[in-house]
Every structure is written in C-alpha cells, then in structure tokens.
Design a protein around this ligand. Structure first.
Ligand code: HAM
Length: 451
C-alpha cells in the first residue's frame, strides 16, 4: 500500500463502526467526573518544549527519547504533548485558576504523542482520560483521586484490575534514597546503558524505569524507597491507605512503583490489568506537589492520574457484554419513483426532527437494493412509499426483526402536524411498546397519531 494511504506507524484510526464504543466509555467517564465535581479542561496539543523538559523532567525517558519535538516557522522549539499534566499545570498558572475556589478539579481527554516502539497497547499517538486536583495536600485528596480512578474503571465495567500503591516520599527523604541508589548502581556502572550512566549523577531514580533489559535487571536488586521515607511521608501514606480501606477499595503495596515522570512526590499508584500482556498499566498517577514550583514561583500541591483509553478499549474488546450495542436505524423509508422518493425524503427529515434515526435512499437505487441497505444498517422498521401509497394515503410498516407488517395511514399534512401533535405521548407509547414487544403497533400508533 502506498505511503499516503497508510497510517503512520504507531497511530490508529477509530472507524465509524467502532467510534460508538469510545463514545460510550467517554460518556461513562464524564458522568463519573460530574459526580465527583470535576470539570473538563482542554489544552493545546502542542506546547513549548521547555514546559515538558522542566515539568516532566529532562532525565526521563519521555523527554530524552520519546518526544515529538520540532522547530516551528518562527524558530521556536515546540513539542506535541507526551502527556496531559504539564499542559494543565501551565494553563492553571497562566489563568490564575489557583486563586479561585480550591480544591480545583479538572479532567481531560487528550491525544498524546510518544516515540516509543509500537506494540499491542503501546502507540505513538494514544489517548488519555486524565484528572487533576489542585490545592489540597491532605491524604483525603489522594484517597479521593484514587477513588475517582477506581470508580471510573468499575463504572466502565472493568473488573479484575489491581490497584498498586507506593510512596516515593518528599524531596528530603528522596535525597537519602538517591544516595543509596548511587551507591548501589555505581557498583554496576560498566553494565549500565550510556543514558543511565548519565542518570547516575543527575537522577539515579530514573535508572529504575529504564526499558533496557540489562538496566532493568540490575534495577531489580536496587534499594526500595519505602525504606527511606521520613515520618511525615509515612504518616501521610498510612492515612491514604486507611481511607481507601474504610471505603472498601482494595490495593496492594508495590515498592517498585516509582513512575516514569519526574514530578511525583509521596503517593504514587497504578491500576494494572491481567488482560493486557506486557503493557499492563491501565492507569497511572500520583501526587506532584513540586510541579508548579518547577514552572513558576508558585507552589500548589496537586495530585492526578491518567488512563490509557486504547488500553481500556483493548480490555473491553476481550470481555463480552460490557459494551452496549451500536445504535441502529429506527426506520428506513424506501421509495419507488420520484413522488415516493420526494415524500420519503420529507418524512425522514421530520422523523429526525423528532429524534429518530431515520434514513431514505439518496442513490436512485432499486427497491431491492434499498432494502438490502436497510438490512445492512440494521433498520428496525421499514416502509415503502410509491405512487400507490401516496394515492391511497396508506403504507405498510414492516418490523424488520420479526417481519410483521402493519398498515399505517399517511396524511397529506403529515409533515406539519409532526410539529404540532402530542409527540411526547406518542414517543412514550413507542418506548413502552418497544419494551413490551408490540413494536410495529407502537410505531404505527406513533405515525398514525402524527397525522
Ligand atoms: P503515564 O503513566 O505516563 O502517566 O501514562 C498514563 C497512562 O497512559 C498509562 O498508564 C497508559 O495506560 C497510557 N499510556 C502511556 N503511554 C502509552 C502509549 N505509548 N500507548 C498507549 N497508552 C499509553 C502520565 O501520563 C501522567 N501524566 C499521569 C498523571 C496525571 N499523573 C498525575 N496526573
């Protein structure tokens, strides 16, 4: 296949017959966010490179190896966002949102860009649902944030996803930990990759999430942060655990979680699925009290997470009965001849105004071909309009599921009267009818009542 008719490696299309799955998941997420008091924020897809270098950290894999960075025509260094948190922090600072009501709660759906080696669940363009909470340093905020992620996954219908927690302490306890890591990794310096040799001096914690098999093998024997956290950080972490336990949220402690981005402090967490193979993390997040200080002179405590939507879709594809069926056409109005086609066009237009998913032919196809199309799009009802139907003012409504047929009258003023008559009642009748099996009668009653 030619270059221009093939998507770039690591990117994927969401096709018309699949997009309803995404819309369903996004709809559920928006409902959960509403219940927790989160409002949507939308930030640009590209930002100044410096934002990510400073925010995410210039010793991270993301910044060192994975960013899509380019110079724009004005000579500025621009980067496609590799994640959502830094852009949200920038927007909060720029608009002074932290001077308003706190805590500030924001969520987003974003596309993200990382030049990683593509594989199942790992793309170069992927999508995240993320949530961020600003202004609260108390463990209650950590617990609520984790609860939001947990509730979201449950409401989507995903079970069997394990929550793992850790604390990576504050800058003070981390200094002691860095010293311990330096000592440990120094004895393996010759085996480390060149990037990690550089990290040994600048940020030894980043060696822990290096993807090279040799470095990650060495990292397995490294000291763990939980042995180095200070009393305050320990008490904070214990309270988070108590709150989660009292709300029935199950978790395990995984001292290996350090997260791959530099801004984290104290609580970090990941939701891990057994259904995803190597790319098992569905959701990752944590507290990042120091991020705004990295970007400005303002320090605002914050915590958040992001979920990979492609990974969620991968799990959903493997599970039966979680996704609703795709919405199918309510009624297809087929036609024969010009008069019928014209009437079908008008009727379909009116039915749409009333909230129906209605279709008619636009390709001058034979009746047989029209009905084939109606079948393909899963139309629940069909009707044929030709000269005979228009002359007698009567047409046959066919239930496409069971083949049953009902004769309905077509009034001359059908179109105008749709707007005037008891549409609410007829709609309710229709819905009741659909649920008790009298579908053709209900649809006939609706169309008749509209005359
Ligand atoms: P992250 O762990 O880098 O954290 O990414 C969050 C989630 O995005 C991952 O758990 C995964 O589901 C998904 N993800 C990451 N990379 C890829 C990829 N290449 N392909 C497909 N999915 C991917 C962050 O991005 C932080 N900003 C999360 C956060 C928000 N922390 C605080 N607030």
């Amino acid at each position: 296949m030619g270059l221009i008719t093939k998507a770039i490696r690591g990117t994927q299309d969401v096709l018309p017959n699949d997009s309803y799955k995404w819309q369903h998941v996004e709809g559920v997420i928006r409902q959960v966010c509403d219940a927790f008091g989160y409002k949507e924020i939308r930030t640009p897809v590209f930002e100044h490179t410096e934002l990510f270098a400073r925010g995410v950290g210039d010793t991270t894999d993301v910044v060192q190896k994975e960013m899509y960075t380019f110079e724009d025509k004005g000579g500025r260094s621009i980067t496609l966002r590799p994640e959502g948190t830094a852009g949200v922090a920038r927007a909060i600072l720029e608009h002074g949102l932290h001077n308003g009501a706190l805590p500030l709660k924001a969520y987003y759906f974003t596309s993200c860009y990382r030049y990683e080696k593509p594989q199942a669940g790992r793309l170069r363009e992927f999508h995240q649902f993320g949530a961020e909470l600003y202004g609260a340093s108390e463990p209650y905020a950590d617990a609520e944030m984790i609860m939001l992620a947990d509730e979201t996954l449950k409401m989507i219908g995903l079970d069997g996803i394990e929550l793992q927690l850790n604390s990576i302490g504050c800058p003070e306890c981390r200094a002691k930990y860095h010293a311990a890591l330096k000592e440990y990794f120094s004895s393996h310096i010759d085996e480390l990759c060149p990037t990690c040799r550089d990290r040994l001096e600048r940020n030894p914690m980043r060696i822990l999430d290096c993807k090279s098999p040799v470095c990650s093998g060495i990292a397995e024997g490294a000291p763990v942060i939980l042995d180095y956290i200070c009393d305050d950080c320990r008490a904070h972490f214990e309270k988070v655990q108590e709150l989660l336990t009292s709300c029935g949220i199950k978790f395990s402690i995984n001292p290996q979680i350090v997260r791959g981005l530099d801004y984290y402090s104290r609580t970090v967490f990941e939701f891990v699925s057994k259904d995803l193979g190597a790319q098992a993390t569905v959701c990752g997040g944590g507290r990042y009290d120091g991020l705004t200080k990295q970007l400005s002179d303002t320090e605002i405590p914050a915590i958040g997470f992001a979920m990979g939507l492609e990974r969620i879709m991968l799990i959903l594809e493997k599970k039966q009965n979680i996704l609703p069926d795709q919405k199918t056409c309510d009624i297809y109005i087929a036609s024969m001849g010009d008069r019928g086609a014209h009437k079908a066009f008008e009727l379909v237009s009116d039915l749409r105004q009333e909230g129906f998913y209605a279709e008619c032919d636009m390709m001058g196809r034979s009746l047989k071909a029209q009905m084939k199309y109606a079948d393909k799009i899963g139309a629940r009802f069909s009707m044929v309009l030709g000269d005979n139907e228009l002359d007698t003012n009567k047409a046959v409504l066919k239930n496409m599921t069971d083949g049953s047929k009902t004769e309905v009258e077509l009034g001359e003023k059908l179109i105008e009267e749709i707007y005037r008559h008891k549409i609410d009642r007829e709609l309710a009748d229709c819905v009741n009818g659909l649920s008790d099996g009298g579908e053709a009668e209900a649809m006939a009653a609706l169309l008749g009542g509209l005359k």
